[in-house]
Design a protein around this ligand. Structure first.
Ligand SMILES: Cc1ncc(C[n+]2csc(CCOP(=O)(O)OP(=O)(O)O)c2C)c(N)n1
Ligand SMILES: [Mg+2]
Length: 559
């Protein structure tokens, strides 16, 4: 075995696992970055904050299924940890490297130093320290193994030395990579067939079944099998927000996103079902509108890669542990299409519920009001988002507008959403673009969300991360409006608005000043040409759409 420095091993291993970009604020693992330049083609994306770096790595990971790598030195470590929280909630394989305490100096009031490791515990699957250079190869392998295995999720390795100076040391090491763990999913274990058949039996006996598909369908690459099974058995498909791209909206069995940030038709269909089949979803609070849809007690079956998820939130008639794609393929093979005719009235009634909903929202989708209604932006994105686009969506009203109203036009489109953090979508979109440079990336965010990481416009320009960012700019965080009305016991005072409104800002001008293209849109008819121009621009674009602050997203229905 040859003698190598930790920096050489780390650079070689990241390249070996197929990492194309790393996201960081210096100074951490500096020698590793020098070796990356000498030995690899990895792009070293220097961001304006560690949280944005973590979000970029997260967007990269979710868009590609490959671990996204982010880094911070000791003083930035907690900023990085904060950024892992969305990846944790969304089960995204992000690997975070930080510099950390040296046993020779700790507890001596070392500049910038605190014990960061505990802060990573709640947002990682594996949180460890690398204290001897000989451990680089096996610890990096373990980081990749854990990030992508089972239910994927973030991992943290703290390298000895505030800036990870351990990477300077030398030892006899082999930078061996295990390709299998370079992406999700590393394994497709065969399920227990008796459980597959039992679940299928329950599903086929139901008169009004519905499938609720989650992010596990994307992780497993199971969308095709899911849709084929739904077609063969005539079963409507709802999705969680994280699983929205499991089925295109124009499919006759698609009823929309169910839960809190949802589409009314999905909630109505799931509420009427006599059996719910959960696939790759934890059936958590957002997906079930806090366990109201379906009601607890509704017969359910569940398919998941994590045994501890099966039955946690709904008592089950049957469950299958394993890879969604493999399980659904077995179910598809054994499914009896004879029962599909029996379910025609149910499918027709689900369709009618969808049509009724489309009729209800149509006037808002087509509204010519000025200031613009946010629904009109969604309608224009439905028509003009390229058919292989990756659509990245922020939380709050952004999540509600797009979760409910955006229609995926093709199985080639991806929909990736913030799992709860305001400000996530813009940097995550930049990371997604790094992972899939050939695909158009469209970000939808509110103005409050965009403010968080607006500095990353400069990063986007510097690195030619040509995303299209649509800002629903109502000069405030108007999801808070309802909350403050409630807090004031009816209607808030005029002064109450200082809690959630901002000065009016022209983001298009800011974008232009920073070297991106900025397009200001004040009239509904100008949205479509702006999207078309932006998608062709070959530069980062910010479309600043001035919208009506009084328009609130619809509340979810519970029946
Ligand atoms: C990190 C974080 N802090 C606070 C919130 C709470 N929150 C949710 S939506 C929202 C306001 C969103 O404003 P904006 O992005 O402008 O969208 P709008 O509601 O105006 O459409 C806030 C403060 C959050 N989701 N995440
Ligand atoms: Mg706003």
């Amino acid at each position: 075995m040859a003698k190598m420095t930790g920096a050489q091993v780390l650079a070689d291993m990241l390249a070996g696992y197929g990492v194309s970009h790393v996201f960081m604020v210096p100074a951490v693992l500096r020698r590793t970055f020098a070796e990356m330049e000498r030995r690899t083609k990895i792009s070293r994306i220097h961001t304006h904050g560690e949280k944005a770096a973590a979000y970029m790595a997260d967007g990269y990971a979710r868009a590609s299924g490959r671990p996204g790598v982010c880094m911070a030195q000791v003083v930035g470590a907690l900023n990085l940890a904060a950024g892992l929280r969305d990846a944790w909630l969304a089960h995204s394989p992000v690997i975070a490297f930080t510099g950390g305490r040296d046993p020779n100096t700790k507890f001596r009031q070392v500049y910038q130093e605190v014990d960061d490791v505990p802060a990573f515990a709640p947002v990682t699957k594996f949180n460890a320290t690398v204290d001897a250079v000989e451990r680089f190869p096996d610890m990096v392998r373990q980081a990749f193994r854990v990030a992508v295995s089972g239910t994927p999720g973030p991992v943290h390795l703290q390298f000895r030395g505030n800036e990870g100076q351990i990477d300077l040391e030398e030892a006899e090491m082999e930078p061996l990579c295990e390709n299998q763990f370079a992406r999700v999913p590393p394994f497709r274990p065969e399920p227990e067939m008796n459980r597959v058949m039992a679940a299928l039996d329950v599903l086929q006996k139901a008169d009004r079944p519905v499938i609720v598909a989650g992010g596990g369908v994307r992780a497993s690459g199971a969308a095709r099998e899911l849709v084929l099974l739904a077609e063969k058995l005539a079963i409507p498909v709802a999705t969680s927000l994280n699983g929205k791209d499991s089925i295109p909206a124009n499919h006759r069995l698609s009823v929309g996103v169910v839960g809190t940030y949802s589409r009314e038709s999905a909630n109505r269909v799931v509420a009427q079902a006599d059996l719910v089949c959960f696939v790759g979803t934890q059936a958590g609070g957002m997906t079930t509108h806090f366990w109201a849809i379906p009601k607890i007690g509704t017969p359910a079956i569940q398919i998941d890669i994590d045994p501890e998820t099966l039955g946690r939130n709904y008592p089950l008639k049957a469950s299958v542990l394993g890879d969604a794609k493999t399980i659904l393929a077995h179910m598809l093979e054994h499914a009896d299409p004879a029962g599909a005719a029996r379910r025609k009235p149910w499918v027709d009634s689900a369709r009618a519920i969808c049509e009724m909903w489309y009729g209800k929202v149509q006037p808002m989708l087509e509204s010519n009001a000025v200031p613009i209604r946010p629904e009109r932006i969604c309608a224009e994105l439905n028509r003009h988002a390229p058919d292989d686009a990756i659509v990245m969506v922020d939380t709050g009203h952004a999540g509600m507008w797009m979760g409910g109203l955006f229609d995926l036009a093709s199985p080639k489109q991806s929909y990736i959403r913030s799992a709860g953090h305001l400000g996530w979508a813009f940097p995550a979109g930049l990371g997604a673009k790094c992972a899939a440079p050939e695909r158009p990336v469209i970000v939808f965010t509110g103005d409050a969300g965009f403010w968080y990481h607006i500095a990353e416009i400069e990063t986007a320009v510097r690195w030619k991360m040509n995303t299209v960012t649509v800002v629903n700019n109502n000069s405030g965080g108007n999801q808070s409006k309802r909350g403050f009305d409630r807090a004031y016991g009816g209607e808030q005072t005029e002064q109450g608005r200082e809690l959630w409104t901002f000065n009016q800002t022209n983001f298009a001008r800011i974008a232009e000043e920073m070297g991106a293209i900025g397009i200001r849109v004040e009239k509904p008819g100008d949205i479509a040409p702006a999207i078309e121009r932006a998608c062709k621009a070959g530069r980062p674009v910010v479309i600043d759409v001035v919208t009506d602050i009084e328009v609130l997203a619809p509340l979810p229905v519970s029946e």
